[in-house]
Design a protein around this ligand. Structure first.
Ligand SMILES: C[S@@+](CC[C@H](N)C(=O)[O-])C[C@H]1O[C@@H](n2cnc3c(N)ncnc32)[C@H](O)[C@@H]1O
Ligand SMILES: [Zn+2]
Length: 393
């Protein structure tokens, strides 16, 4: 396809200016996809890499096999300290994307660090040399689900015990609009109710853990979150069957009441028999199998927060808020209580989330807000204990 010169448009993201080919008004109609709304995703990617580099003192080799315009790759080369990036490989199946990446990389200050591939991601992943220090981080950012690329990525990351980053935008499937598709693709039951995003994220992690386990690998979540229309998972690969065996003990189900917000998690091997809510007798909804362990690694997130000032981030305040919220909920158990439902169950009004948090804290419980819902509360207190606190008001 002929690329007309007057269709090029300059865009700046972070401190990187690059050109996109703007041949449509709607981003979804353009011949190459560039979504400015994903800036938070890319900002957090830079901070994550900064945290990895600082903590492991290494020069990184990064693979971006669904590069699109290549913006993620340029920002890594431009905005991370020059001596910390060895190589960035940007690939895409779309020849126009490859054209855009080639044009932009010619304008990069350190263009020798960039390698461009015009290929199907599966071929790129398949042909990666399984040698030391060739690929440390693979970032999967396809349209929809990354699931079909997970196993090949894990194989490639084994030798360096590297990091797998993946974005999923198939929330209609993972958040339960099409439950049959979720069962077919992810082998798990989703939910459409208030826990849907946390369930979706944990189903995705469960699938990565299962793929890793088959290869004798474990993966440790370091930063997994949901924001607007996407899920983002970042895990460290560990070449250890023992760690993998331990990790499989943290797979299970969540049962919850969509009327009063009672919830219970169970391991895979101890699935519940009685599935009625002990509070209100409503039939409990079941979701999973899914990951019941941590979504974050404390020191990794702390380092990210420290490094914020080193970058030009358009959403700096928002990123600070998200990382603070994560640090607040980092020790909390999986899943949250949806407070409006508990207040309704208690026939109470006008009690704020902060009041409930303070009261539970004063009784010695672990309590936090959650990134998944501004009305959600994570705690190790039982449902009855939360009800007792609310009834005191
Ligand atoms: C969501 S966009 C990538 C956006 C980009 N990573 C960013 O941050 O702006 C997905 C890209 O994957 C490419 N793609 C789709 N299927 C592919 C495949 N099988 N192999 C390689 N690239 C593929 C598309 O051409 C598109 O550019
Ligand atoms: Zn109930």
């Amino acid at each position: 396809m002929e690329i007309s010169e007057d269709m090029w448009e300059e865009v700046t993201e972070g401190s990187t200016t690059f050109s996109i080919y703007k041949d449509a008004n709607r981003i979804y109609d353009a011949s190459v996809f560039y979504n400015p709304k994903m800036v938070l995703n890319r900002d957090l990617t830079l901070l994550s890499l900064s945290s990895i580099i600082k903590r492991e003192m290494k020069r990184i080799c990064f693979l971006d096999p669904f590069a699109g315009t290549g913006i993620r790759s340029y920002r890594i080369i431009n905005e991370l300290p020059q001596d910390s990036v060895e190589k960035v490989v940007a690939g895409d199946i779309n020849p126009i994307a490859v054209n855009i990446i080639t044009r932009n990389s010619n304008n990069l200050k350190f263009d020798e660090k960039m390698e461009i591939k015009h290929s199907n991601a599966i071929n790129i992943l398949d042909s990666l040399p399984k040698k030391k220090d060739t690929t440390h981080i693979i970032d999967l950012d396809p349209f929809g689900s990354p699931i079909e690329y997970i196993e090949e990525s894990l194989r490639a990351l084994r030798i360096n015990e590297g990091y797998l980053f993946a974005t999923a935008t198939d929330l209609q499937v993972l958040c339960g609009k099409f439950p049959e598709s979720c069962i077919r693709i992810y082998n798990a039951i989703p939910t459409r109710h208030f826990l849907c995003h946390e369930v979706a994220l944990r189903i995705l992690i469960y699938n990565i853990i299962i793929s890793a386990g088959r290869l004798g690998l474990a993966v440790e979540p370091i930063l997994c979150y949901n924001h607007e229309h996407f899920l983002r998972v970042k895990v460290k690969v560990k070449d250890s069957k023992e760690v993998a065996n331990q990790q499989h003990k943290k797979l299970g189900f969540v049962y919850f009441c969509k009327k009063c917000s009672f919830l219970e998690t169970v391991e895979l091997s101890k699935d519940l028999v009685d599935t009625s809510c002990t509070n209100c007798s409503e039939k409990l909804e079941k979701a999973g199998p899914l990951w019941l362990g941590n979504l974050y690694e404390v020191e990794f997130i702390k380092q990210m927060k420290k490094d914020i000032g080193q970058f030009t981030l358009h959403l700096e305040k928002k990123i600070e808020k998200v990382l603070s919220l994560i640090l607040d909920e980092i020790e909390s158990p999986p899943f949250f209580y949806y407070i409006p439902f508990i207040l309704r169950f208690c026939k109470k009004e006008g009690i704020s989330l902060n009041q409930i948090i303070d009261s539970l804290r004063s009784k010695g419980f672990l309590v936090s807000r959650t990134i998944f819902d501004p009305q959600g509360l994570k705690t190790d207190a039982s449902y009855d204990e939360i009800v007792n606190v609310i009834k005191q008001y």
